[in-house]
Design a binder for this molecule. Structure first.
Ligand code: PGA
Length: 245
């Protein structure tokens, strides 16, 4: 069954709808592990969730947050680290203690062992309850770059030139973007009980169009979600092929 598609008016409506989706999930299972993307698209979602937490409409303090990806080889405190971004955008605003994070350690001497430790910690926490994901312009989810088969494990990967250039906007220039990263595996993502994939803005329209037309295909890793039993694509009008804007 292809994934469910929900179209909303704009980025604000997308943040509202995604935050409501995540909040409902937390109310249902307050102890679950959430795989939480960084990137531009989910930032509004975390801000809206933080509003719900502040108003006492949801308590996220028991949730565990699993990192979706991390650059390799950054020094502690490097402004580019995705754990730093996760702390600022997710943990602190939602009132989740740092110790409730399942980290991908991009500084580990043995990256393979770090990936196995991550998978063991996810399994120990009962697996992923909800994966909140952005959609890369090349169809990646996390840093599962094309080609990524459905059973790809958590691993170290080389970023594609397309991902390096699309991430350059966060770090100043293409030369500032690290070349390697760890990513939660496609298999870990597909084992999540629910998946919410968010895409916003006209620059995502081409990849959303490809995704909607594609069968599960390693060359478009997000398309594996068509084979997931409970995956939703939440997209705004500007990112939706054939919409008026
Ligand atoms: P974005 O990133 O939300 O910043 O567009 C998505 C991605 O590249 O995974």
């Amino acid at each position: 069954m292809p994934m469910e598609v929900r179209v909303v008016r704009d980025a604000t409506a997308l943040a509202d709808a995604a935050a409501a989706f995540v909040a409902d999930g937390i109310r249902e299972d307050p102890d679950q592990t959430i795989l939480a993307a960084t990137g531009e698209t989910p930032m509004g979602t975390y801000a809206r969730l933080a509003d719900l937490v502040r108003r006492g409409e949801v308590d996220a303090s028991r949730v565990r947050i699993a990192q979706l990806d991390e650059y390799v080889g950054l020094s502690a405190g490097d402004r580019r680290s995705l754990i730093g971004w996760t702390r600022r955008a997710v943990l602190e605003p939602l009132g989740i203690e740092d110790e409730r994070t399942i980290r991908l350690d991009g500084q580990a001497a043995d990256l393979d062992a770090a990936c196995r430790a991550y998978e063991a910690a996810v399994a120990e926490g009962g697996g992923i309850g909800l994966a909140l994901l952005g959609l890369g312009p090349n169809g990646h989810v996390g840093f599962n770059e094309p080609p990524s088969p459905a059973d790809a494990p958590t691993r170290a990967i080389a970023l594609t030139p397309e991902s390096i250039s699309s991430n350059a906007r966060y770090w100043g220039s293409v030369d500032d973007v690290p070349r390697r990263a760890l990513t939660a595996g496609m298999a870990t993502i597909l084992a999540a009980r629910r998946v919410l994939l968010v895409a916003s803005g006209p620059h995502k329209r081409t990849i959303v169009s490809r995704l909607l037309d594609s069968p599960p295909d390693p060359w478009l890793p997000a398309s594996h979600l068509h084979a997931h039993p409970a995956a939703t694509l939440l997209v705004d009008d500007a990112a939706m092929p054939g919409s008026r804007n």
